[in-house]
Write a new protein. Structure first.
Ligand SMILES: [Zn+2]
Length: 368
């Protein structure tokens, strides 16, 4: 790598780092950071997209300028926009700034942009270099890219289990398998997602609150996916002062007489079957780039079968629960041969005091 390439990489990594500060705040928008250097290569500004509805990263960087950008370089981790959304197009601002060169990590998969932003910059005589730090930028905005390409939300299924693979005892008792540090990591994790999904059984059995417990980020939408609509009168989720709650029900099986028991503050939508893909589509249409699935074995198995899950997060505790009929993570996938089973790749693995955290990946995203 030449010294020049090293320097360009350094500034793009800084743009990615700035972009990541928007994690949990920007959906349905991507996380974007921008760095501007002047014609001598000196840093003169930086900015990032802080949250939905506010200025884009490039516009933030232009409003923080400490020197004339003419002849300088912009580093941005996603293709600049060329459409008028809630804010004016960034491409126009870049062209009128007099910048000579733009480094872009990845194209914007949004059909309104998707290469058009880069073309407009090139047509205006600006040098555009695409692909710097591509891997890191894909990883950062994988949920946004996934939603744009598939029309469904990026799904992560999370569960906690004993070292012998049990989620709880035969009598249903499961509090607590993991240690207090793992549990507080779950609260932090939730804040990085746009929605958390559980099934009706989890609501009836665990009555969870599904909040981030004091993490200073917007609370994710709490979603119950149900076949019956038959819930206890007192549910912690109905307490909507914490965050919004949505009940999505299968209209082919649910008894709508129970709708009257759901409090007014809770939103309700119906889908034609219990296929979790319908749920993922509804949430994507609502602007949820990512979903954390915290459901039981039946819904988890269906979600994996339907391609709604892209990553798995497993907490493993060094405890033995034993038992033949204990709850396990998935129900029957009906595999009849080892050639048909699901193969994952380990991503991140770390120890959290006595527990182990494992992230596994089901597939890899390719560049948009
Ligand atoms: Zn923009």
């Amino acid at each position: 790598m030449s010294i020049e390439q090293y320097i360009h990489k350094k500034w793009m990594r800084r743009a990615i780092q700035l972009a990541s500060l928007g994690k949990g705040f920007t959906s349905p928008n991507p996380m974007v950071g921008a760095v501007i250097t002047n014609k001598s290569g000196k840093l003169i500004s930086e900015g990032f997209h802080e949250k939905t509805g506010t200025k884009h990263a490039e516009a933030m960087a232009f409003s923080n300028l400490k020197d004339d950008p003419a002849g300088g370089t912009l580093y941005v981790n996603l293709e600049p926009c060329c459409h008028r959304g809630k804010t004016p197009p960034c491409v126009d601002a870049i062209i009128s700034s007099g910048l000579k060169r733009v480094f872009v990590s990845i194209k914007d998969p949004d059909v309104r942009v998707s290469g058009k932003g880069i073309k407009l910059l090139k047509d205006a005589g600006i040098q555009v270099h695409l692909g710097l730090c591509e891997e890191e930028s894909l990883e950062l905005n994988k949920s946004f890219i996934h939603r744009n390409i598939t029309g469904t939300s990026f799904g992560v299924f999370k569960w906690a289990m004993s070292i012998d693979g049990r989620l709880g005892l035969k009598n249903g008792e499961s509090k607590w398998i993991t240690n207090v540090n793992s549990r507080s990591l779950v609260h932090k994790l939730r804040a990085d997602f746009d929605a958390i999904v559980i099934g009706g059984n989890t609501l009836r059995k665990d009555n969870p609150l599904l909040t981030t417990r004091g993490i200073k980020k917007p609370e994710p939408l709490r979603v119950v996916f149900t076949k019956t609509l038959n819930f206890p009168k007192e549910c912690k989720l109905w307490e909507t002062s914490y965050s919004d709650t949505l009940v999505v029900y299968d209209s082919s099986s649910a008894d709508e007489k129970y709708l009257k028991d759901i409090p007014k503050g809770v939103s309700v939508e119906k889908v034609p079957s219990d296929n979790p893909k319908f749920l993922s589509k509804i949430l994507a249409q609502k602007g949820c780039n990512s979903i954390l699935w915290e459901c039981g074995p039946k819904l988890a198995t269906a979600a994996v079968k339907e391609g709604c899950i892209q990553e798995f997060i497993t907490f493993i505790s060094p405890k033995i629960l034993g038992g033949d009929n204990c709850m396990t993570t998935f129900s029957d996938f009906e595999f009849t041969s080892m050639t048909n089973i699901i193969n994952l790749n380990f991503g991140e693995i770390k120890q959290i005091n006595s527990d182990i955290y494992i992230k596994s990946l089901i597939n890899k995203l390719s560049s948009a």
